[in-house]
Design a protein. Structure first.
Length: 116
């Protein structure tokens, strides 16, 4: 399974970015997809996840109300709309997927930098 991410970059505080990630797994094998992030010197943390059949979402408390995760089942793609970005959102964002056989896969990561 390969995950291809796009959409990272440099943005000023208060700005927005839309991350996207497409999996090669095939729709009927994906249980959930989502995004994790890792800032320098910190552990990787879950940002947002969404189940593929039901669209049930889960968010890190600090991003609730600012980030929105969504998915396109036909395209095996997950999106992360990030709004009102803060400097503390700066991190490498990793796409993640879990398949029905419990296996997990990660994308290579995309850098998000929030700075003026």
């Amino acid at each position: 399974v390969q995950l291809v991410e796009s959409g990272g970059g440099l943005v000023e505080p208060g700005g927005s970015l839309r991350l996207s990630c497409t999996a090669s797994a095939g729709t009927f094998t994906i249980s959930a997809m989502g995004w994790f992030r890792q800032a320098p010197g910190k552990e990787r943390e879950m940002v947002a996840t969404i189940t593929f059949p039901g669209g049930i979402t889960n968010y890190l408390d600090s991003v609730k109300g600012r980030f929105t995760v969504s998915r396109d089942r036909a395209m095996d793609t997950v999106y992360l709309q990030t709004n009102s970005l803060k400097s503390e959102d700066t991190a490498v964002y990793y796409c993640w997927t879990s398949l029905w056989d419990k296996s997990e896969y990660w994308g290579p990561g995309t850098q998000v930098t929030v700075s003026s």
